[in-house]
Design a protein around this ligand. Structure first.
Ligand SMILES: [Zn+2]
Length: 375
């Protein structure tokens, strides 16, 4: 991750690089913002820039020995800490150190994963993950090590709010009087959950979602997505870079979702029971994740219909068949049935997560839609 790979946030990037160039590096910095906005990506690019031997005006070099080690996420002066919990692989005592291979694995994919995706990656999505006492001991240990390259040593903490409160006092002292050339780079989503004693010793850098334009431009430039499609995806993803990248990866599926959704709504509108049942049967054959994302797609379409009803101009960024469909379909969505439709979809998503039979779920939801659409 270099600064050039970070989507949007030109101002923050410029500020951070200027601080490093001027030798004004704060010893503890907290990157605060939604987990899908790019906080992790920015913090990583910053860490790399600090450690780079041959930094340029506007980025790390990408080629020096430090950058090469960084690319493999194996820089000896970079120490990662993050929330974890026992899983299938490590059933008892856990620590960031044990899960480091998994951490590298997810980062090699993209630093734009959400916290939930991290938990899913470890197979602990239903557990409370924490940065535990063992992690705090390891942080103290890392502080005692000599810096390998004789420059900075970076303690990188992902999701600082998950720091186990009973283990935190150990850290406070070092945050107050950090050893020379030690930097704490912390990422957090919710300031209210971070211990006040940490906040008061930290420089906070607020990160918000990049703009729709920044996302669509980056998608077109970096992923080779067709510009019109990139605009559409940026619009559908509401500023979430993680969601935008997911949609790019499944761009074909998004179109398939659209076709399937349009078909489904037609059958519901016509109250065509036999077609509804056949559709439910076919759709229920896909995997659970795919079905969930289909429902989420449906929710977006309903939301767009409501927007269309209130203010058609907000749809300008949607193009082609989707735009046509929404303008034709939106008269059937109104303030009377919208709340119930959204609730029915959300219930269906919850049931899917609890392993409900998808065929029954799709059929049942279809009949609710028939009723709501004609009410
Ligand atoms: Zn370099």
């Amino acid at each position: 991750m270099q600064f050039r790979d970070v989507i949007g946030h030109d101002h923050i990037k410029g500020q951070l690089m200027a601080n490093v160039q001027a030798g004004r590096i704060s010893h503890a910095q907290l990157f605060l913002g939604p987990d899908d906005s790019g906080t992790l990506a920015i913090a990583l690019a910053y860490a790399r820039f600090i450690l780079c031997h041959d930094k340029g005006e506007d980025d790390s070099c990408g080629k020096c020995p430090s950058c090469l080690k960084f690319s493999k996420l194996a820089h000896p002066d970079l120490h990662f800490f993050f929330p974890s919990a026992p899983n299938q692989e490590h059933k008892k005592d856990v620590s960031s150190k044990l899960f480091l291979p998994r951490w590298r694995e997810i980062l090699e994919g993209t630093p734009y994963f959400t916290y939930r995706q991290w938990l899913e990656h470890l197979g602990i999505e239903n557990k409370q993950a924490i940065i535990n006492t063992e992690d705090c001991n390891n942080i103290i240990r890392a502080l005692g090590l000599k810096s390998y390259e004789g420059k900075y040593k970076i303690i990188f903490v992902y999701m600082t709010e998950k720091l186990y409160y009973a283990a935190a006092p150990k850290l406070l002292k070092v945050l107050e009087e950090p050893p020379k050339n030690t930097l704490f780079l912390m990422v957090s989503e919710n300031k209210d959950l971070v211990l006040n004693t940490i906040l008061s010793r930290t420089q906070i850098l607020k990160v918000s979602h990049p703009s729709e334009e920044e996302i669509s431009q980056a998608l077109a430039e970096k992923t080779g997505t067709d510009p019109a499609r990139a605009k559409q995806i940026a619009f559908l993803s509401d500023g979430s870079v993680s969601e935008a990248l997911r949609l790019v990866k499944h761009s074909g599926e998004v179109m398939a979702d659209f076709d399937s959704f349009r078909e489904w709504m037609r059958y519901c509108y016509k109250k065509d029971t036999s077609k509804i049942i056949k559709w439910a049967e076919e759709t229920s054959r896909g995997g659970r994740e795919k079905q969930k994302s289909f429902f989420q797609y449906g929710l977006k379409i309903f939301r767009l219909c409501l927007l269309h009803n209130y203010d058609a101009a907000s749809l300008i960024r949607l193009e082609g068949e989707e735009k046509d469909f929404i303008s034709k379909f939106s008269p059937f969505i109104n303030h009377r049935n919208a709340i119930q439709i959204v609730a029915a979809f959300n219930t269906a998503i919850t049931h899917l997560e609890r392993n409900a039979n998808p065929k029954i779920l799709f059929t049942d939801l279809s009949f609710q839609l028939v009723r709501l659409m004609h009410s």
